[in-house]
Write a protein that binds this ligand. Sequence first.
Ligand SMILES: NC(=O)c1ccc[n+]([C@@H]2O[C@H](COP(=O)([O-])OP(=O)(O)OC[C@H]3O[C@@H](n4cnc5c(N)ncnc54)[C@H](O)[C@@H]3O)[C@@H](O)[C@H]2O)c1
Length: 314
Amino acid sequence: MRILVTGGAGFLGSHLCERLLKDGHEVICLDNYFSGKRANILHLRDYQNFEIIRHDIVEPILLEVEQIYNLACPASPVHYQYNPVKTVKTSVLGAINTLGIAKRVRARILLTSTSEVYGDPEVHPQKEEYWGNVNPNGERSCYDEGKRVAECLMMNYHRQNKVDIKIVRIFNTYGPRMAINDGRVVSNFCVAALKGEPLELYGDGSATRSFAYVDDIIEAIVRMMNTPTGFTGPVNIGNPDEFTVEELAKLTIEMTGSSSKIVRKPTRADDPTRRRPDITLAKKHLGWEPKIALRDGLARSIEYFRSELKLTRA
Ligand SMILES: NC(=O)c1ccc[n+]([C@@H]2O[C@H](COP(=O)([O-])OP(=O)(O)OC[C@H]3O[C@@H](n4cnc5c(N)ncnc54)[C@H](O)[C@@H]3O)[C@@H](O)[C@H]2O)c1
């Protein structure tokens, strides 16, 4: 198949392009390199079926493809808050432009939505039918509400124009090729521990997160794309194992053999206190559940950050 991956030079997108190429598909990677980088996809240039387009998805583009994975959108707060108006445009106009392609050439389209659509959830763990508790005008709303509108557009193109759509809601994902400076907790902790700098805990450290390793998430995304027509989702994909941020900090210090200390900082605005996916639907429809334990995934991530920081093992 000929497959378009928007945001293909990013963290998840680069792993997805690699997976699809290994499966023998023709892959078009579209990216404006805002939060992704060419280094993430450089190792794929030997695949004859790989094509790279520098393009900003807020502008329309004409392409003939059979499947579209729409990932283009900065995903970490430092990146999506850098230019919040642009973040909304990327989610909303990006959805309109990719849905336009899907409608015109009858391609199947998948949106990578997010657990952020649940905001600071009042129910725990989160099931897909929970509508969320999102601050509509806070600092994170450019991302959360942008994705909610993108979901809305997906469902309405489906109902109104019979576009074949799939929606996944991804929970915290980590692994090699996360940007070093993206401010997400796993990259922050790994980089700080490897440099021997303090690991910063916001609030009292009791906030919990569930961390999914990138390979598990890519498997779920590909499975979702290839489910029968008519099953649209949204489907939660993430790892239901819950850890406090403090546990993650301690594990990172232990696994890097670091002498770093943990320091406490005030809670950040609209930072959710708990987040954990209910993956019953994914198990049922995708026959999927995460396989990679935090310790194993963290070991692979630490190796990546070590090489990015050009550090050698102590
Ligand atoms: N990583 C996670 O934990 C996570 C969780 C939930 C949802 N998601 C979603 O998955 C997708 C990929 O996330 P990621 O972690 O790989 O983030 P990322 O920032 O590494 O990747 C996003 C990619 O999109 C590109 N991009 C941004 N704006 C664009 C635009 N206007 N036009 C074209 N390209 C543009 C960036 O340059 C980057 O390569 C995003 O849609 C994100 O919302 C990720």
